[in-house]
Design a protein. Sequence first.
Length: 134
Amino acid sequence: EGSKSLSVRLHPLGKFKGTVYCDLLQVQKLDITGIKSNEIIPVQYTLFQNYPNPFNPTTIISYTLPKQSIVSLKIYDILGREVRTLVNTEQTAGTHKIEWDGKNNYGSRVASGTYIYRIEAGDFIQSKKMILLK
């Protein structure tokens, strides 16, 4: 009520062209969830070094988001081939942690070696190295 425009995101990179028709359109306000009243919202995007590093068999990757963002967090081998997608969704502002179990997208354990993890969130892109030892 009282709104003058409606923003619709159909593709995270804005590659959609054409007309959108909506049947049974519902508009809902997105609330920030999962943030406690005493939790501090970060002021910048940050990708932390995984821990433990080197690791076997699992490691934790942490990052902060200053605002709600579409987040992509992927693991690559040293040749740049995608090994695993850990996150590919919209997330709320705050600190987030995800565990990687050393498996690829098909559920198979990967070999020992150096891997790169890369985050893309908003305008923020950063990569870091990690080592899997068996």
